[in-house]
Design a protein around this ligand. Structure first.
Ligand code: SAM
Length: 195
């Protein structure tokens, strides 16, 4: 991953474009903000850190779970080959899609549904970025991670979770490292929390 390209693009991206009018004035703060439906856009420093940890390459196929505002999606689309993004709340997905149309990306594929199941049709993925917290590591996401691939996911109870970096090694085993404590909204669904 080209760190300079990532940082340049990150700095050029206007976060106020990804939030509703009443939140625009707060969009320059390094803080999570509400995006409706009880969901949030993460603080910019965490988005950047998670992207660095994910470390997608130019030819990476990336699965993103939790499209939310589309802010993280825009960054992933800029630095990877293809981004498959799944959001369970249709209204959020529609808004994110509209915003992302303004960027002229032709490498983003959208799905409304339960992302705790991944997106099997296009698996395996070189990178998986999960931006909502699961109680345990969703088995299906591990299955859909390519050998040599990396996944970033918050794991733990509502209110406080460990941010995990999961790497799949040659024999299909995984290595899991804890990066830091974070606070994300819940990953709902079959391999997440109850709806
Ligand atoms: N990355 C987003 C951004 O840049 O705005 C923020 C994502 S927000 C913290 C988490 C998102 O995950 C919410 O939009 C929520 O609806 C979504 N979500 C929760 N459970 C999900 C599931 N099972 N499948 C897909 N999306 C889910």
């Amino acid at each position: 991953m080209d760190q300079q390209e990532l940082e340049r693009y990150f700095r050029s991206l206007d976060r106020s474009f990804f939030v509703e009018n009443d939140m625009k004035k707060y969009s320059y703060l390094d803080a999570p903000l509400p995006i409706g439906f009880g969901q949030t856009i993460s603080q910019p420093s965490l988005v950047l850190e998670m992207t660095r940890l994910l470390a997608p390459e130019k030819d990476s196929k990336v699965l993103e779970i939790g499209t939310g505002s589309g802010f993280q999606t825009a960054i992933l689309a800029k630095i990877s080959d293809k981004v498959y993004t799944v959001e369970r709340i249709e209204e959020l997905m529609e808004k994110a899609k509209k915003r992302l149309e303004a960027f002229d990306y032709s490498n983003i594929y959208f799905k409304v549904g339960d992302g705790s199941l991944g997106w099997e049709e296009y698996a395996p993925y070189d990178r998986i970025m999960v931006t909502a917290a699961a109680g345990v590591l969703p088995e299906e996401l591990v299955n859909q991670l390519a050998t040599g691939g990396r996944m970033i996911i918050p794991i733990g109870p509502p209110g406080s979770q460990e941010l995990k970096l999961v790497t799949k090694i040659d024999d299909g085993d995984i290595i899991t490292k804890t990066v830091e404590m974070v606070r994300f909204v819940e990953l709902k669904g079959q391999y997440g929390w109850e709806e």
